[in-house]
Design a protein around this ligand. Structure first.
Ligand code: PMP
Length: 395
């Protein structure tokens, strides 16, 4: 019956993680998968989340509503848009709890496929691969706009704006507002404003995918692009709590759609509920309760904010440490990119062959594109990574 079913090639990054696990070498270093690990290489259980577990206890587990836990949805809105955002005060944001950031992007794609079908969809080149996959699954064709400037290891902003300006009016443009995956380079405030002007003039639909809020500069500052945009135009915002709550397996995220007025928002919320109902009916409860409890209690929220700050500060300091170690081994290798880029990822500019050599010779695992997850660095492994980086750069 299923003889013709094709094999799934697997996800290259997840497969790399399996290879890492199977690697028998003691000194191996995993800088491939996008997971934050602490100085000891462990996925942290945040103190605020631990406290939330104690508070939620072993309560009954009825179905959540289709759009999720009300406290969670309120928490998403306050965190993403800020408490006093004019769109929030006008009740014109429709927010649902989603199955991670992936679920948020997926429901956004399904919603747009139904209500604004046939539009062009543009994603950054490069991007998180699933942007293509999720929008294609929803029935769209996807294309790219330039983003990575390989020569300067920064954003090719002129190329990006030109492509977005040249796109058909009303196109769907996926934007990562902070800690861009996989490059680690973001637009500055002036560029954000200029791009917003172009987006609005062209009547494009912005879909913000914010998977790393708090890992760039702060929880508040990282949301600034989205907040300013939402003051000027309707848009969609997918957010993930996987990283900043260190709750990868609980599948916690949110989707917010900023609408013209409260009436439109109510109808949009209804359609989001319908999309959820037809897909998985309602979101999972435990993760929802944990996040709602942390975001809804001032003491836990303050504790959580400090914990997010700690994760970010650690990543910033291992970036600096790696740059220093590389510099101490060689003056020939340019390391400025390490500290210019932000968040969990750095595009190193290493070729696939160099990445292979680091893995095969030294057991240092990066993604084939040259993406390094800096969260996997720590005091113990940084010297080894620096040496390997210098060796392959000078080979
Ligand atoms: N968007 C981007 C840009 C991501 O990097 C990721 C995953 N790391 C996601 C969405 C998906 O988030 P989640 O793991 O919460 O599904």
């Amino acid at each position: 019956l299923f003889g013709q079913v094709e094999a799934f090639a697997g996800d290259p990054i997840l497969s790399l993680n399996d290879s890492f696990k199977a690697d028998p070498r003691d000194q191996k270093v995993n800088l491939s998968i996008g997971v934050y690990t602490d100085e000891k290489g462990r996925i942290p259980v945040l103190g605020s989340v631990r406290a939330a577990y104690e508070r939620i206890g072993f309560a009954e587990r009825p179905y959540l509503p289709m759009d999720g836990h009300p406290g969670y949805r309120e928490g998403v809105q306050k965190l993403v848009f800020g408490d006093r955002h004019p769109a929030r005060e006008a009740k014109r944001i429709a927010t649902i709890q989603t199955i991670g950031g992936t679920g948020a992007v997926g429901i956004a794609a399904d919603f747009l496929a139904k209500h604004t079908p046939g539009r062009a969809v543009l994603v950054s080149d490069p991007t998180w691969e699933n942007h293509h996959g999720l929008f294609q699954r929803a029935g769209f064709k996807t294309a790219t706009y330039p983003y990575w400037d390989a020569k300067n290891r920064s954003v090719n902003f002129d190329g990006m704006v030109k492509a977005i300006e040249a796109a058909e009016s009303g196109s769907i443009i996926i934007l990562q507002p902070v800690c861009h995956n996989p490059t680690g380079v973001d637009l500055d405030e002036k560029q954000q404003a200029a791009l917003t002007d172009v987006m609005i003039a062209k009547g494009h639909i912005a879909v913000f995918d914010m998977a790393y809020q708090g890992f760039g500069e702060s929880l508040e500052a990282d949301a600034a692009f989205v907040r300013r945009y939402a003051e000027r135009a309707s848009c969609l915002v997918a957010n993930s709590f996987s990283k900043n709550f260190s709750l990868y397996g609980e599948r916690v995220g949110g989707l917010s759609i900023v609408c013209r007025d409260a009436d439109e928002a109510e109808r949009v919320l209804g359609q989001l509920k319908l999309a959820v109902r037809r897909s998985y009916s309602s979101p999972p409860m435990t993760g929802g309760l944990l996040v709602a409890t942390v975001l809804g209690n001032e003491d836990l929220r303050a504790q959580w904010t400090r914990e997010v700050d700690e994760m970010r500060t650690r990543m910033d300091s291992v970036r600096k440490l790696l740059a220093e170690r590389i510099r101490s081994l060689s003056n020939e290798v340019d390391v400025g990119f390490l500290t210019n880029q932000r968040g969990m990822f750095s595009y190193t500019g290493l070729t696939a062959q160099q990445v292979d050599a680091m893995r095969e010779r030294d057991g240092v695992y990066l993604v084939g594109s040259g993406r390094m997850c800096v969260a996997g660095l720590n005091e113990e492994n940084v010297a080894k990574v620096a040496q390997s980086f210098v060796d392959v750069s000078q080979a």
